[in-house]
Design a protein around this ligand. Structure first.
Ligand code: NAI
Length: 484
């Protein structure tokens, strides 16, 4: 039998995991489990990444982690173990399926509007890098990385999955109208991959408009792919459309390791009471069974779950007010009692189980993913972020004295808005300016030239941060300041 790693998690985690594994056991799912130590109590024992080295070793050799929700201790300077796990093992695609479930009343189910949306969220990059600095007393900076290979990985996965599932439409949600380089790169990758799938209607919607459209006409959407933070928000919005977090499963897909978990957290308000809804974790478990090829087991359990929901059996977080709710254990017992029953809506075909291919991968070095720079790059200047409480004209006067022969000062901005050479006295200023120096005639300069400029500017100001101005072929690799 195939062995997978299981981490029960914190809060309601152990209760719902027990419920789900009891359903698997009753269904004779051919899996065995290695329970691994991850979560809050592991942080408390002094493991700063929230998992023991033995847990890491087991997961890396087994390749599949089925996990309950885990709490990140607040204010201890530690990072979320959930995010660490996704990033460490490069589970670059977070797939979340949101479907109308009969028996789970929502405004849409009552209006007869069916929902079947799959959100694929990029899972590694974006502001979830958590690379943040206080660069002055007043100014915090978060770095948002969107990379070409990272975007290509998740977008290729989304197209391949959509095409295999017979999807009619795939939509890229983004904010490329504002974040022209980061979201612009993601969108560019989306249309690049779309060329390989001519039968799939590929389009894009700006993320705020997407939110509005999802709540007004969710039935128009099929597969939606987004960057990490926007995907996080949009997928919770979609969970709300189908009845809440209790029904939102998630699969974190990578080339080597995959993690299956519910979207929701540890629900500390109801933990230990045996009243949590195990459906989201069960649906995540069913995605895992299908990923492993256990089609028949997954269909049998899912049909029993759908039948149970149709019968009006419910935990306290959903369902008809007039019908008494059942606890977590009894909800799972009701599912096992309905094995073999067929739901009236959305019955899953009983496809045969496929043989499970053992995970044979072994890596001895970190995979490097990069695309070739065909055009070549040249440095044509630098943005120096400096600390100052002086007026823009004074900052400019000092900076202009230090440009030397190679550079010209082209603009000074404050929080992204140009304040010199033109600007408005109505623009509020914070104690940090960005001074943009470009090379005279846009000729290539060296890092040594930049460092010499840095040194001269540092005589008058504290330089908090720097970014090179790169040009790739004839494409500028930097944005303009607002008003420039
Ligand atoms: P949460 O999802 O735990 O709870 C939000 C609300 O939904 C609460 O009212 C809760 O009772 C309810 N709820 C959630 N799951 C439910 C279920 N299965 N059945 C019935 N009701 C349910 O979100 P919150 O409160 O923001 O986070 C609590 C903790 O969980 C935090 O420490 C957070 O870091 C962690 N978390 C972990 C995640 C993971 O392990 N993947 C994901 C999200 C949060």
């Amino acid at each position: 039998m195939t062995k997978i790693a299981v981490a029960k998690g914190d809060g309601i985690g152990p209760e719902i995991m027990e419920a789900v594994l009891s359903v698997f056991e009753a269904a004779k799912v051919p899996l065995t489990y290695e329970f691994v130590d991850m979560g809050k109590w592991v942080f408390d024992k002094g493991y700063s990444n929230g998992m023991t080295p033995e847990a890491q070793q087991s997961i890396e050799s087994l390749g599949i982690l089925f996990k309950g929700p885990m709490e990140t201790p607040k204010g201890k300077g530690v990072k979320s173990v959930n995010v660490t796990a996704r990033k460490t093992w490069n589970t670059y695609a977070n797939k979340r399926v949101f479907q109308t479930l009969h028996g789970v009343d929502t405004v849409f189910s009552k209006a007869g509007i069916p929902i079947d949306i799959t959100v694929v969220r990029e899972n590694i990059e974006d502001t979830y890098g958590g690379i943040e600095h206080m660069i002055t007393h007043d100014v915090a900076l978060s770095r948002r990385f969107i990379t070409r290979p990272g975007s290509m990985q998740v977008i290729k996965y989304a197209f391949e999955m959509a095409s295999k599932n017979g999807a009619k439409r795939i939509t890229c949600g983004h904010k490329a109208n504002i974040m022209k380089l980061t979201d612009g790169l993601f969108l560019e990758c989306f249309y690049e991959v779309a060329k390989d799938y001519p039968d799939l209607k590929a389009d894009d919607v700006i993320v705020d408009d997407l939110c509005m459209k999802l709540v007004t006409r969710p039935d128009l959407f099929d597969t939606v792919v987004l960057t990490n933070l926007q995907g996080d928000i949009v997928s919770d919005l979609c969970a709300g459309l189908v009845g809440g977090l209790g029904f939102a499963p998630s699969a974190n897909i990578g080339d080597h390791i995959c993690i299956f978990e519910a979207v929701h957290g540890t629900a500390p308000d109801i933990a230990g009471k045996n009243i949590a809804n195990p459906t989201a974790l069960l649906l995540s478990g069913l995605a895992m069974l299908r990923h492993l090829g256990l089609m028949e087991s997954a269909a049998m359990i899912e049909n029993a779950l759908l039948y149970t929901l149709e019968q009006g059996v419910h935990t306290g977080d959903f369902g008809t007010k007039g019908t008494a709710s059942v606890n977590t254990t009894d909800f799972s017992k009701a599912i096992t009692a309905n094995f073999g029953k067929t739901p009236a809506h959305g019955a899953k075909p009983m496809l045969p189980n496929k043989p499970i291919t053992p995970t044979t991968f072994k890596l001895d070095k970190n995979p490097m993913i990069f695309s070739k720079d065909e055009d070549g790059v040249k440095i044509v200047g630098v943005d120096l972020f400096i600390e100052s409480t002086e007026q823009p004209s004074i900052v400019a006067e000092k900076a202009l004295k230090q440009t030397g022969d190679l550079f010209k000062l082209v603009t000074i901005s404050n929080r992204g808005t140009q304040v010199w050479p033109k600007g408005s006295v109505f623009t509020n200023l914070v104690e940090q300016y960005c001074c943009r120096f470009e090379s005279v005639g846009e000729t290539a300069v060296t890092q040594t030239d930049i460092m010499a400029l840095y040194k001269r500017i540092a005589e008058d100001f504290k330089v908090c941060s720097t970014e090179l101005l790169n040009v790739f072929g004839d494409k500028k690799g930097y944005s303009l300041a607002q008003g420039q």
